[in-house]
Structure formats: structure tokens, C-alpha cells
Design a protein around this ligand. Sequence first.
Ligand code: F6P
Length: 540
Amino acid sequence: MSTPSNIKWAPLDEAMVESTKYTIKELFARDPERAGKFTVEAAGWMLDYSKNRVSRAVMRNLIKLAEDAYLKPEIERMFTGSKINVTESRAVLHTALRNVDPKAKVMVEGKDVMPDVRAVLAKMGDFTDSVRKGTWKGYTGKKIKYIVNIGIGGSDLGPVMANIALTPYTKRNLKFHFVSNVDSTHLAETLRQVKAAETLFIVASKTFTTQETMSNAEAARDWLVKELGSADAVAKHFVAVSTAEKEVAAFGIDTNNMFGFWDWVGGRYSLPSAIGLSLMLAIGRVNYKKMLKGYYKMDRHFRTAPFEKNMPVILALLGILYSNGYGAESYCVLPYDQYLSRFPAYLQQMDMESNGKSVDKDGNPVDYATGPIEWGEPGTNGQHAFYQLIHQGTRLIPCDFIGCCKTHNPISDLHDKLMANLFAQTEALAFGKTADECRAEGVPEKLVPFKTFEGNKPTNTLLCDELNPETFGALVALYEHKVFVQGVIWNIYSYDQWGVQLGKVLAKGVLSDLTAARPALNHDPSTNQLIERYRKVIGR
Ligand code: F6P
């Protein structure tokens, strides 16, 4: 039976001995070829990880850590449909969704899942064509102009993030909205911007039972029926994306207008499944296919490249070095591309819902840090908000900088300025500024401590030529696999999310206390007091 102490941490201890020998600045001074040596390429992305506290010896030890965790066979187990999501008894096969090899077979319990994957994609494609060409008509005979995706968590964050990321490829006369929050304001403000006769609602929910999504979907259906004057209108204005056919039918959506997926697709990994329907409607089936190809290229790279050249493995191992070696609490992702503005929020769910676990695979409490707190904002906005703390604060915050060499919107020299800021930040973080350098610049002695930058702050830089469907897909897959690798090394289950259940269950009980006629309250005193105040204010 494995226990936390059975994780072979010795290679990390060795890595730390090597890592603390030299600063990043010293490492560069010792090896002029360092930048090239600590750079890898995959699926249209370049990862320069030279501005990290790593030498060849550090990387060798980190790779040993991965080998000791049986990473290679674990990767194969995931790709080949083993039930690695043990607590839910499910395979984990988001990689099958983007397997664009026409001859590929992926078996789950003796059945090849690829024909179903291809069939759903084809159905999504046909539907997409009919909406985009205007042959799909609403109840009153009008074409669809507004698309409202109703979903939450993985059924929202991916579609929203991707819709923004691939804006240059979208059909601009279709207007997309995303409703997730059970706060009625979210739905109300959205409905103010659309016309019922021209609106298509996509109810996106793996389970079709999620409180927020079902409540918003029911309210949207009531609104539509009222606006168009007939319940028959629902068939032309509502489609569903789900694994739960019975629940979809019970809601009143024709199951012919349902786009299915499978229990082996985790919510936060579901963007390339039918959950991506709103995205396909936005960018069209051809661009969607290109995105899947990008995912697939990164998948192939991850599955086949040796660990020392394997981009997701390297990113994961660097994260482990800082979390478990240096005790870094958080991890920052900084896209220098406005189109990736929601990427950090998307990664939060992917990473924190996957690896925010405190028991190992045997149910024993772990005695080491697992998933980091992940956060970030697009550059350069973050520079004028929180970078101060990263540069001169007391905490170590490793950062990933993400940039694209070409912009979709060339305006004067704005893109040069954007990229100059990206490169300059990584330089400043790594090399800092010494007290002597400040003095040489004429900084008065009493200000020297304040103007000194310690440097030695680790960063990765990810660069692509251009953000397009293919590089976008590869980027998402890169981070998915990074999260997987870390989960393997931490010996935790990355594909369940039991931690979100308790709040959901308690909310149901609290709801009945808010709405029932003055039931006796038997929560804790603080919760009782809050409920009492709420009831008093709204007059119950
Ligand atoms: O937040 C918990 C969660 O189960 C996520 O994992 C999931 O993405 C989200 O809820 C939405 O679930 P569903 O797609 O079933 O509505």
C-alpha cells in the first residue's frame, strides 16, 4: 500500500541541492549557450525555460522523480482508456476527442469510442452549417443571430475562454453570450441584449442536473415561451449538450437536438467535446477541426517525446520544484495577448479542481503540497496591478509568460510595445538590479534598498508565431497534460472533484430555510444569524 512517505522524494532533494547553488544570473554567466539548451519546441510553441533555477543536473533529478512515479506507463494508461479516475470508476479520454487520425481506435471496455466521437463531431458540423448559413430557422421563421450558452464550470469556462481567444476567426454577425451564474442578473442582463425570435439557447451540462444551469435554463425557456407565445417554440430555440439523454428529454428538448458526450470526458477537460458547440458555431467546423489538430499535435508530443524534451513534462516538473522544493504557494499565468484574457480563469478550474486534493490514491492524508493556487491577468494590465509583489515582495511566485509574435490587429507600434514589456519583465525578474547598479545610476544611498531588485525570480516564456485555432488547441492541451503529470507525481486522483459536493448539498438545505414558512433553523449560530437577517430584509 502506498503512503505519502512512499513517494520517492530523494531526486527532488538532490535537485534542490543543485538548484540553490547558483542564481539564475550566475547560471547564465556560467553558460552562454544556456538559452538554447533550455528551450524546447512543440506543436507551434516554443518554451524558453532558461530563466529558471535549473541546471542540467536539476533537470536530470526532476526527470528521475517523474520516472520513479511511473509517469510513462501512466501516460499510456490515460491514452488507452484505463479507468484512471478510480473514485468515479471512469476512463479519462479527452485525448480521444481530438484524435484526428482517421484510422485511430480507442477502446473503452472493449468498445472503440472513435466512431461515436466522429459521429457527434459530424452532427455538430451539420448543425453549425445550418445555423451559420441561416437554413436553421427560429419558430417565427427568422434566422438565428444570438447564441446563448447556459452552463457553468467546465460547461462554461472553456467555451467563453475559447470564444474570446479565437475572436478573429468568428462569424461576427452572430452574437454570443454565456450565462453561468445563478445570480438572476446574469440571465436578465443577457436577455436584454437578445431577441427571442432570433435566439438559440444551448443548455450545456454534462449531468443536466446542475442547479445553476437548470435554473437558468428553465427561466430562459419560460422567457422564450412568453415572448413567442407558444411552448412549441422551444424545439427551434433550445438545443442541449449533455451525457444525460433522459434528463434532456424531461426538460423538453428534442433529443434529436442533443449533442452527446461521455462519462469519460471530465467537465474541465470537455472543451473539445460537444461542449464546444458554441465555439464551433462561432468559428465554423473547419477552424474547429484545426483547433482539434492543434490539441492532437500536443497530445502526440506529450505521448512520444522523451521527458527531457517534453514540454508538458518540463512545465510540470518546474512547478513541482517550486511547490515542493521551494514552498511556493501560487503560480501565475500571464498571457500577453488580449485574446487570452480568460485563459487564467479557465486554467484555475483545470488545475485547482484537478489537483486541489489532500489525500493520496489510498485515501491517506498527504504530507506535501499538491495543486498550487493559480491566478493571472493579461499583460500589460497586471504590470500596473500586482507585479510589484512578484518583483519585490516576500513570496516566490513562478510565472508563465505567454506571447504571440504576430498580432491580428496591427496598429502603429502597439504590438512591439506589448512584446517589449513581456520580454523586459522576464529579464527584470531573472536578473534584477543590484545595489551597486543602482548606485552607478546615481540613486541616492538612502533610496538604494528600495530600488534594488533581488532578481532570481523564475519564469517560463511560451511563444507562438500567431494565436490561431491550431496553436490555441495545442496551448490548452499543454496545460492539461502539465496538470496530469503533477497529479501522477503527487499520487493523487486528478479527475474527480468531491470537494465541490458539500457546498452544493448544504445550499439545498439553506434554500429550503430561506423559502419555507419560518422553519426552525438548526445551522450553526453564524449561519442562522445570516439567514435570519436575509429573511427579515426581504420580509419573510
Ligand atoms: O464544479 C463542479 C462541476 O461538477 C464541474 O466539474 C463541472 O464542470 C461543473 O460542475 C458543471 O457540471 P455540469 O456540466 O454537469 O453541469
